[in-house]
Design a protein around this ligand. Structure first.
Ligand code: SF4
Ligand code: SF4
Length: 56
């Protein structure tokens, strides 16, 4: 299991520092979670202003 960031992402970057395993990087239009690194903790969803990260 991993979280995925949907199209509601506004590229604010708030989630990057919340991730304990550094799984989130900035993409072209939205931020992206590396599914192989994500440990499914939900911290990124808690800090996201648009609720873009969700369990895949
Ligand atoms: Fe996108 Fe939410 Fe992360 Fe901001 S906190 S970059 S809106 S996923
Ligand atoms: Fe990182 Fe946790 Fe979000 Fe996965 S669910 S990307 S481990 S903060």
């Amino acid at each position: 299991m991993a979280y995925e960031i949907n199209e509601e992402c506004i590229n604010c970057g708030a989630c990057v520092d919340s991730c304990p395993v550094d799984a989130i990087t900035e993409g072209d239009s939205i931020h992206v979670i590396d599914a192989d690194t994500c440990i499914d903790c939900g911290a990124c969803q808690d800090v996201c202003p648009t609720d873009a990260p969700n369990p895949a």
